[in-house]
Design a protein around this ligand. Structure first.
Ligand SMILES: [Cu+2]
Length: 449
């Protein structure tokens, strides 16, 4: 009886398919299950059930003496196919597909408002300038819902596994906000890294001692990244001068690869730190010397090849040049914010996004400012691999001075878009007390901030 062979064949197919299915990577499972958000463990269970079913039938066949491990001959195959009947087969396929689709709908039903928000953002707001009506209306609805920032942040943290405490205390993002020219160090310690001397024309000679060091830095609680650093920190120490000051940097490479310091701003070609002959080899030193010019918020970064890799490894920092004659109101508080990201699995894409290196740090340790005071933010986007980033401040608007090179604001807004290396000065005051969120408005990054 050919049914015996058919049962044997189906049983064997089940066993082989079940084994292959269990061994497939999670991404393929997601593809086979139409993107359903099923934990990997359940894929194993599914594979196990399929294999068990196959083995059960084989076992029964052997027990009944009907196990036939002979592939059906052509005539027999035709007979089997005739028996199955094509319409019945199609009907089974359709029922199977619908059942699967239904189970996926049930499985991937949004668990929280935040999941819903994520879905909307992914589908309709991929671009921060998106004018898609669903993006605008649904996000407005989301914002008006009972949801609050704390829940969103908490959910985001849970989703991405960013829970727990930072263990290393060597870099404090809160301290970094208001640190430039090593002003966080006690006087004696500070002298080792920074010295200022008055010049005859009244401007200052500012000298800095900067070393390259390879160092593991904590970028999310318990997540360490092998960085290339300036003075053991990412971003490197903020350099701040007034327009016309002379800057001298005594640079030593204590790392294992060639490195440089390439400053944005005016300088001679010798001081550019970008050509092969400018690369400072491990164990070697170089002195950079240039005038602080023009005023604005700039940056420095390593320009050794490949630049992409050096930036991704954390080799950058903020460089602020204050205008000689500043007509703007003096800020009550100044904050340096470098939007950065880390490619933790070296696949050429970022996994961890942050402002000042440690993901979610300011969500856990909010920045304290006073109602009504003028806060001046020096914002830099240095993110590698992603073509654009953006910055959005909740419940507020700010004056934006693009690159900080003008004393008159360019725009009054609450969201700005930045390519890599772009930066801005933002003047902001908070009208109402409370907790306000700031984040990259490209939603993919927000969730990882
Ligand atoms: Cu470098």
């Amino acid at each position: 009886m050919e049914n015996k062979k058919l049962i044997t064949a189906i049983s064997l197919i089940l066993v082989v398919f079940g084994i292959i299915f269990s061994l497939l990577p999670h991404e393929i499972h997601e593809l086979l299950t139409f993107g359903a958000n099923i934990p990997h463990f359940w894929h194993f269970v599914m594979g196990f059930i399929i294999v068990s079913t196959g083995l059960f039938f084989i076992g029964m066949s052997i027990k009944n003496g009907t196990f036939k491990l002979q592939f059906p001959k052509l005539q027999e195959r035709k007979a089997i196919l005739n028996k199955i009947k094509i319409p019945i087969l199609i009907a089974f396929l359709i029922i199977g597909f619908l059942t699967l689709k239904f189970s996926i709908l049930v499985e991937s039903k949004p668990e929280t408002d935040f999941d819903k928000f994520k879905k909307i953002a992914k589908e309709y707001c991929a671009n921060p300038t998106s004018t898609n009506p669903r993006c605008l209306t649904d996000i407005k609805e989301f914002k008006n819902s009972s949801h609050n920032y704390k829940n969103a942040q908490q959910t985001a943290q849970e989703k991405f596994g960013v829970t727990g405490e930072y263990t290393s205390k060597d870099f404090d993002p809160t301290e970094f906000l208001t640190t430039w020219n090593f002003n966080n160090l006690p006087q004696e310690e500070r002298k080792k890294y920074y010295k200022k001397t008055k010049r005859p024309d009244g401007s200052l000679l500012r000298e800095y001692w900067i070393n390259v060091e390879d160092k593991e830095i904590e970028i999310a609680p318990g997540v360490f990244f092998p960085a290339w650093t300036y003075n053991g920190q990412v971003p490197g120490p903020t350099i701040r001068a007034t327009e016309g000051d002379l800057i001298k940097i005594y640079f030593t490479n204590k790392g294992t690869k060639p490195h440089t310091m390439h400053f944005h701003g005016f300088h001679t070609s010798k001081m550019d730190g970008s050509m092969t002959e400018d690369f400072v080899l491990p164990g070697k030193s170089f002195t950079y010397e240039f005038e602080a010019d023009p005023f604005g918020v700039h940056l420095f970064h390593c320009h050794a090849a490949p630049v992409k890799q050096h930036i991704a490894k954390g080799h950058y920092g903020a460089y602020i040049v204050d205008p000689k004659n500043d007509t703007r109101q003096k800020a009550d508080k100044e904050l340096v914010m470098v939007m950065n990201a880390f490619d933790t699995n070296l696949d050429g894409e970022n996994e961890v996004y942050a402002v000042n290196t440690k993901a979610f740090y300011y969500a856990m340790n909010p920045i304290k400012v006073k109602k009504g005071e003028l806060i001046r933010i020096y914002l830099i986007n240095i993110i590698e691999f992603d073509p654009i980033n953006s910055f959005h401040l909740h419940a507020n608007f700010f004056d934006e001075y693009k690159t900080g090179t003008s004393l008159i604001p360019d725009t009054y807004t609450d969201t700005l878009i930045m390519g890599q290396g772009e930066r801005s000065i933002l003047d902001v005051r908070f009208k109402y007390p409370g907790m306000y969120m700031f984040h990259a408005h490209v939603t993919e990054f927000t969730l990882r901030l």
